[in-house]
Design a protein around this ligand. Sequence first.
Ligand code: 8YV
Length: 325
Amino acid sequence: MAGEKPDVLLVGQRKPVLVNGLEPKVNLHDYLGAKDKDAFVAAVADKIRAIAIAYTANKVDAAFLRKFPNLEQISSFGVGYDHIDAKWAGEHGIVVTNTPEVLNEEVADTALGLLLCTVREFPQAERYVRAGKWANAQYPLTKATLRNRTVGIVGMGRIGKAIAKRLDAFGVPVFYHSRNPQSGVDYKYYPKLLDMARDVDTLMVIVPGGAATQNLINADVLKALGPQGIVINMARGSVIDEPALIQALKDRTIYSAGLDVFVKEPVVPTELMEMDHVVLFPHLGSSTEVTRAAMDQLVVDNILAWAAGKPPLTPVPETPYPPKR
Ligand code: 8YV
């Protein structure tokens, strides 16, 4: 009915930016807050026309989406959207939006930070100072240095390019592997990841997660990388075969790893926790107040555009606009 606010399901935390931005224009229904989820969904399913997802940890698969027969739009937080079955959504005329661009520089900063921490052992050195060991001896010289390294970027998308730009400034040679060569990029392109892994000693992983990249970094890739090899994962835990990585780190068939993401977040495998030659971050690539606020705002703006009958601002490729209904 004209003038009536549309009903939107909020999946995830009731973040103030989301609630304050959305409530004037839509009726928000709080999924996380509902005690009996099944009864709640049964009561609201028919009227829900859009879903706002507050965090990438909130899974929205086809079984869940099927419950909402009048769904038109899903506005999700995060550039990655492997937590949503976007293919199913596209096939059912539902538009999915994510939050690209606004986090590129922040995540690229973190990637460089994690790379430097891993190569130069800065977290270990900091722990050394706090343990009061400096008074007795200097922290040992690190065997690894960025100075003679070559970085192979796995996934030369928007964030991959922002990382490459930073590596240029550091004087570090960059190669890349992605599904297709990127236009406007001069770095050497490898159609085969294994070939690139043989030619570099450092992998910077920043591809989308999901079925297409599951275990892309497997035992063979790690072997090709070799004993000086360092793997930095800024993508999704699923992109690396985690047991194979742990084995390679244990056997020292690769040198080290810097990980911002894990298969079962927030659970980090004990074996990794016990290794002093890896650096572990709690999935904080984009996590500054300013960048997260920009991401939240884009979640809001995509819903507001939809509510106003306008095209989505940032639809994902699997769900082109206008949707096929
Ligand atoms: C967030 C991310 O840290 O945008 C993404 O896809 O992975 C990061 O920006 C993540 O959304 C938090 O779960």
